[in-house]
Design a protein. Structure first.
Ligand code: UD1
Length: 417
């Protein structure tokens, strides 16, 4: 257990480069299993979730090593199709391995996945899609037993544009016989990143970024060197850090096209944002304006992974803000922790009403999940006095030493183990 101690009251200033995206590197690591040729992934973030994914790959028989901020993977010697309990529980993204394991070995024995406690997070869409690809699935005693001998391309209609299900099905379909179409696919930038990686590896995938993805099954793998896209959620979190402290920062290595809804909401809150080809400058207001309505939605809507950070910003806004969380059903755990710092909010089902107060006060709070934990650190940056964020390991799942990033921008945050 470690905790982050935040000394409030510093306006952030300076510039920083944004690391590669967690949600891009995890499925791409999973997809590496489909290849027998060497793979090098550049600009990977050093995160707990990434290290857990490497443990899974090694367990399955792959070699997977860091070389500074690159990952060098070789799955030629992979020889297991089993996902044991202890690994599945560490990382919800273990479910991404189901498609590649089936693609590679045509069979799989998996435990149900774990991960962030932000709702039930069922996997019915993944399993439904795999059944459409002619995989026989038996679920018993917390295990999923899959027979993919007859893995065959098909048309799949997703009831909901699930990010993980779209990615999993893409990875199974590239190894299936014949053509597949995924309708109502998720459109997140990370899905396009996965498509680009798969195509470099020799696959034929098109349409990612739109809601219809076409896949020609069967491919001859080739060696790949690939650079992971920048993390739009880390970018958004740092933008909120500038916004909440009235700071003035520049962020490098960003993709403006991935940030539309975040830039739009932060402008509404009174931030001045200049967006360039691959960088941006954000200047926070003296005090943020209220946000009349923030609704989380699948991309290109406002990302659920930015909801908690924007919630923190609204706690000090000049007015009352409304946030509706449409994607996950249990994602307001930060509200009661922020209340310990003086924030005023009311929750009803999926809606939060937040009445901004002029100041927060430092307190002892606890991170309950990854993004909620980051929101508490943001609140600490603008609070009077010292904030201690317990259970910081949640934050480490998605931010590479958040304290170092913030300190390089003039914050005062240190870690106690
Ligand atoms: C991914 C991201 C996560 C982000 C989320 C939504 C990764 C590693 N994680 O998670 O950071 O918050 O997208 O943008 O990329 N659902 C079902 N059945 C399923 C699958 C999902 O009902 O089979 C529901 C979920 O419970 C949730 C909603 O669909 O309510 C969205 O989930 P999904 O898009 O699948 O998110 P993840 O892929 O888990």
């Amino acid at each position: 257990m470690s905790r982050l101690v935040v000394q409030g009251g510093k306006k952030l200033k300076g510039s920083i480069e944004v690391p590669g995206a967690k949600n891009a590197v995890l499925p791409i690591l999973a997809a590496s299993l489909l290849s027998t040729k060497p793979i090098r992934l550049e600009h990977c973030p050093h995160l707990l979730d990434v290290d857990n994914m490497l443990l899974i790959l090694r367990y399955l028989g792959c070699s997977a090593e860091w070389d500074q901020d690159s990952l060098v993977i070789n799955a030629a010697s992979a020889d297991k199709c089993v996902m044991p309990d202890h690994l599945a529980k560490e990382l919800r993204s273990s479910i991404f391995m189901l498609g590649p394991v089936l693609g590679r070995f045509k069979k799989a024995l998996f435990s149900y996945p774990g991960g962030c406690e932000i709702g039930h997070r069922p996997i019915d869409l993944h399993l439904h899609g795999l059944s459409a690809l002619n995989v026989r699935i038996v679920e018993e005693h917390g295990h999923i037993i899959c027979d993919g001998k007859e893995l065959t391309g098909a048309s799949i209609h997703l009831d909901y544009p699930s990010v993980g299900a779209t990615e999993n099905l893409m990875m199974a379909a590239v190894a299936a016989k014949g053509q597949s179409m995924i309708f109502n696919a998720a459109r997140e930038p990370e899905i396009e990143d996965l498509q680009n990686f798969l195509n470099l590896m020799g696959c034929q995938v098109s349409g990612a970024g739109t809601s219809t993805i076409a896949i020609n099954g069967g491919f001859e793998p080739c060696p790949v060197t690939y650079r992971i896209i920048p993390d739009r959620i880390v970018t958004g979190t740092l933008m909120c850090a500038a916004a909440i402290t009235g700071g003035d920062i520049q962020l490098y290595n960003i993709r403006p096209a991935h940030l539309g809804s975040i830039v739009s909401k932060l402008r509404e809150a009174g931030c001045a944002i200049d967006v360039y080809a691959d960088s941006l400058r954000i200047r926070g207001p003296h005090r943020p304006r209220e946000l009349k309505l923030v609704e989380t939605l699948p991309h290109p809507g406002f990302p659920t992974d930015m909801q908690a950070q924007v919630f923190a910003l609204c706690t000090i806004a000049d007015g009352t803000s409304i946030i509706v969380e449409n994607v996950f059903e249990n994602r307001f755990k930060h509200a009661s922790e922020l209340a310990r710092m003086g924030a005023v909010s009311m929750l009803k089902d999926r809606t939060a009403i937040i009445r901004g107060v002029p100041r927060l006060t430092g307190a002892q709070v606890t991170a309950r999940d990854l993004r909620g934990g980051a929101a508490l650190v943001l609140a600490g940056l603008c609070a009077d006095g010292t904030t201690v964020v317990n259970s910081a390991e949640h934050i480490d799942r998605g931010y590479e030493r958040l304290e170092n990033m913030l300190n390089s921008l003039g914050a005062e945050v240190y870690r106690e183990n």
